[in-house]
Design a protein around this ligand. Structure first.
Ligand SMILES: [Zn+2]
Ligand SMILES: [Zn+2]
Length: 162
């Protein structure tokens, strides 16, 4: 069995010979796969700059199709598309700059302090016991409905039940 050559870009295996390999590497499919592979590591804005630096592909814009695809020396992106893509890239950037964990923590601490303050002031304003509205004055209430005396029921008589 002869040597086999595997192209990672194309995920293709073929009998190895320097000629075969050269032929493969010059093939359109390989070059496209190779470019796609490296493009996937590029920053979108870098890709945009690359596109913007190329003159527009006349064939692509006249026929809507160009056999060279991503390998075309000319740009297949028109100014409108570029602008849209640039706006998209800006959005992506601003997303990346969203508040990080540190910011979140600072906000959270502030919020917690506020909550603590709020709790205290609420405690101060809420009296120990309140009677529902609409009840007659306390002295008219039956003993079972009267609020407990401020010190609690301290002098309850100790009663021995026989
Ligand atoms: Zn290949
Ligand atoms: Zn083209």
């Amino acid at each position: 069995m002869g040597k086999r050559y595997h192209c990672d870009f194309c995920d293709k295996t073929f009998a190895y010979s320097s000629q075969n390999r050269k032929k493969h590497e010059q093939g359109v499919h390989h070059q496209r796969n190779r470019k796609l592979h490296y493009d996937s590591f590029k920053d979108p804005s870098e890709l945009l700059a690359e596109q913007a630096s190329k003159p527009p592909c006349r064939r692509f814009f006249q026929t809507g199709n160009c056999d060279f695809g991503v390998n075309c020396r000319y740009s297949h992106t028109n100014p409108q598309m570029l602008l849209a893509a640039q706006a998209e890239a800006e959005i992506q950037k601003s997303k990346l700059q969203e508040p990080g964990f540190e910011d979140w923590l600072v906000k959270w601490r502030k919020r917690r302090k506020k909550d603590e303050k709020k709790d205290k002031s609420e405690e101060e304003t809420i009296p120990g016991s309140t009677l529902p509205p609409g009840l007659p004055p306390v002295y008219l209430l039956p003993p079972s409905l009267r609020p407990p005396p401020p010190g609690g029921y301290v002098d309850c008589p100790q009663v021995e039940w026989g």
